[in-house]
Design a protein around this ligand. Structure first.
Ligand code: HEC
Length: 280
């Protein structure tokens, strides 16, 4: 692993450009456009709308395998369990659908959302937990596959096709966005790697047996089912990537993680949501 990483770094000498963006305060739309420009100048043949497939956008064989698996997803029964959780009323008789905007349909692309009242970023998982506590139930543990994981795996399918639409409005929302951007571009861990070192400069490059995906398109398809049935939420994936560079991951649902998800999701603005998908 270490040697592989050193090799990646060696190839990065000329790549200050995209990272340089981190030092200037740009608008979220400008940040997104800059990244798209960076990727498309490097990979003119890969269409931006294919970035929702992550690393598969760079590998036709794996993409064909993915398409075949997605015809009969091996995680149908998990989605079914999630649907039952979604439909089961709380003890007070109320439902998630009654608690969320638009009955919980076509809303996932609005999350994470900045909540002016609390001055904090609210993820979709956080919003579902807020429904639970507002209705006298206990919050689920973030990242728990059997509860919040399958619930969101189903609930997010109700937003399939909606375009990601993260809004950053006002100075407080902008500060949260900037905080997430800082985490994305900050080097961390014993290996001293930033998210951007892999998912910007080395998108489309192989690390061990894995092709690295671009950050644009990353946030639209969660949770994923790795190997067919291992449910992984977006923040659990962040955790895995923090650990890959031997950094201690911040707790799921912490301000650092939620702000990271806020910034990171806005990079996918305009791309269609699609839950839940297969990953290797
Ligand atoms: C050492 C390189 C490296 C670093 C640093 C890194 N990742 Fe990853 N990441 C990977 C690899 C390899 C994968 C699996 C292949 C892929 O899908 O890109 C991955 C996968 C992902 C995925 C899943 C993509 C998908 O569609 O399934 C997300 C999201 C992600 N990383 C986000 C992050 C974030 C956020 C950070 C910073 C906290 C980060 N990564 C840091 C290498 C890295």
């Amino acid at each position: 692993m270490k040697q592989q990483i050193v090799k990646l770094l060696a190839g990065m000498a000329s790549l200050g450009i995209a990272l340089g963006a981190a030092s200037v305060q740009a608008s979220p739309e400008q940040d997104r456009q800059d990244l798209i420009k960076y990727y498309t100048s490097k990979y003119p043949n890969v269409k931006i709308e294919d970035y929702v497939y992550g690393a598969l956008a760079f590998d036709a064989d794996s993409k064909a395998q993915y398409d075949a698996i997605m015809e009969f997803p091996p995680f149908e029964s998990e989605l079914d369990t999630g649907r039952k959780l979604w439909e089961t009323p709380f003890k007070n008789g109320k439902t998630y659908a009654e608690c969320l905007p638009n009955g919980g349909k076509m809303i996932a692309g609005n999350y994470p959302m900045f909540d002016d009242a609390t001055g904090k970023v609210v993820t979709l998982e956080g919003a579902l937990n807020n429904c639970r506590t507002a209705n006298g139930e206990t919050a689920y543990k973030l990242g728990d596959k059997k509860t919040l994981g399958v619930l969101t795996a189903y609930m997010r399918t109700l937003s399939d096709g909606m375009l990601m639409n993260i809004k950053v409005e006002g100075p407080k929302a902008m500060a949260a966005y900037e905080d997430g951007k800082k985490t994305f571009y900050a080097r961390k861990g014993q290996l001293n790697f930033a998210c951007a070192n892999c998912h910007v400069q080395n998108a489309g490059v192989r690390l061990r047996s894995e092709l690295i995906s671009p950050a644009v398109g990353h946030a639209v398809h969660w949770p994923v089912f790795r190997g067919g049935d291992n449910l992984v939420t977006l923040q659990s994936r962040y955790e895995g990537c923090f650990k890959q560079v031997r950094a201690v991951p911040p707790a799921q649902g912490s301000t650092t993680m939620n702000d990271l998800e806020y910034f990171h999701s806005s990079l996918s603005n305009g791309l269609p949501m699609k839950a839940s998908v297969f990953r290797k």
